[in-house]
Design a protein around this ligand. Structure first.
Ligand code: FES
Length: 117
């Protein structure tokens, strides 16, 4: 899968620009890092979701996990999480993953990151 290039993320405010909307087509995703945290921005059928790139089962990355019905599956052991809420939808994970609100303004996709992450 080809990923778009993230914008430079050096802004310390809570609203962080990530990428232009036209660079993240439906079905694509963007992995990015900010303040030593990894996250994934996904475009699922034209809706944007941002989740932490860290499975709560054993710390595996979710970046390459399959997404189906708004659930992402961890490639390591198959745990699933709802990308809208972060809730676990399939074991072996039991704890939710962080999700971050997404805002679109003037064609730019922003995330509302907690301060500090
Ligand atoms: S690390 Fe994700 S299911 Fe085990």
């Amino acid at each position: 899968m080809e990923y778009p290039t993230p914008m430079q993320c050096v802004n310390m405010s809570k609203r962080i620009p990530v990428v232009r909307e036209d660079a993240l087509l439906p079905g694509s995703r963007l992995h990015f890092e900010l303040d030593e945290e990894s996250a994934i921005l996904l475009n699922v059928d034209g809706k944007y979701y941002c989740i932490a790139d860290l499975c709560t089962h054993d710390g595996g990355p979710l970046e390459d996990g399959d997404v189906l019905d708004c659930q992402i599956e961890c490639p390591r052991h198959g745990a699933r999480f709802d990308i809208r809420t972060g809730k676990v939808t399939r074991l072996p994970a039991t704890d939710p993953i962080p999700v971050y609100p997404v805002v679109i303004e003037d064609g730019i996709i922003y995330i509302e990151a907690p301060d500090p992450w």
